[in-house]
Write a protein that binds this ligand. Structure first.
Ligand SMILES: Cc1cc2nc3c(=O)[nH]c(=O)nc-3n(C[C@H](O)[C@H](O)[C@H](O)COP(=O)(O)O)c2cc1C
Length: 184
């Protein structure tokens, strides 16, 4: 199963357009549009509830649905615009919600994480108004999925300088889309 995690906020999102060009190459996918689903940052009540279910190994609880979907995907595409040097908060909220011990990762006897996710590859797609710096967005996702979730390969796809006066955003996007069509 190919999982598309759509963290784009705007209806006319250019980041979503890039991601869809990529997804078209792969065929059918399941989409999770983060702004359309009911996810909230973890508060004490939800955190305690989830911890209690993990302790009981009650992984059938609906609180684990998104975690299981993520762990079972064969290929994952995340799209998120470059916001405030990072990405929209809803993506961090999603990560908090899927990061369930026993589903996406487990800890070995030395306390080191052992990833449990099936996906061999994760794509991160973004667009930036100015210069794109991956430090707090792609680099963070790359660190997380490789070290905690066991996904061995990641790829960054981005278009930048889209909002610079005088730049032709459509032309920049077309160039990135034509690159997407040729690489594997
Ligand atoms: C809330 C917000 C924060 C943004 N922060 C940045 C930023 O830190 N750096 C930058 O280069 N562009 C920034 N931008 C511009 C977006 O990265 C750019 O317009 C992007 O292409 C939007 O993607 P979308 O078309 O998928 O919504 C920001 C835009 C918004 C709405």
């Amino acid at each position: 199963m190919i999982l598309y995690i759509n963290a784009c906020v705007r209806t006319e999102s250019r980041t979503n357009r890039l991601a869809k060009a990529l997804l078209n190459k792969f065929g059918d996918f399941e989409e999770v549009k983060l702004t359309d689903i009911d996810i909230k940052p973890l508060n004490e009540e939800r955190l305690d509830y989830r911890t209690a279910q993990i302790e009981k190994q009650n992984y059938n609880d609906s609180i684990f649905e998104l975690s299981k979907q993520f762990a079972e995907a064969d290929l994952i595409v995340i799209s998120a615009p470059y916001w405030d040097g990072q990405f929209p908060a809803v993506l961090k909220t999603y990560i908090e919600n899927i990061y369930s011990i026993g589903i996406v990762t487990k800890y070995d006897e030395d306390g080191r994480p052992q990833g449990l996710c099936k996906a061999k590859k994760l794509y991160y797609v973004t667009t930036a108004g100015g210069e794109y710096n991956p430090r707090f967005s792609f680099d963070y996702i790359d660190y997380l999925v490789k070290n905690m979730f066991g996904i061995k390969e990641t790829k960054l796809i981005y278009a930048e300088y889209l909002d610079i006066e005088g730049n032709d955003a459509e032309e920049i996007l077309s160039k990135v889309i034509s690159d997407i069509l040729v690489f594997d």
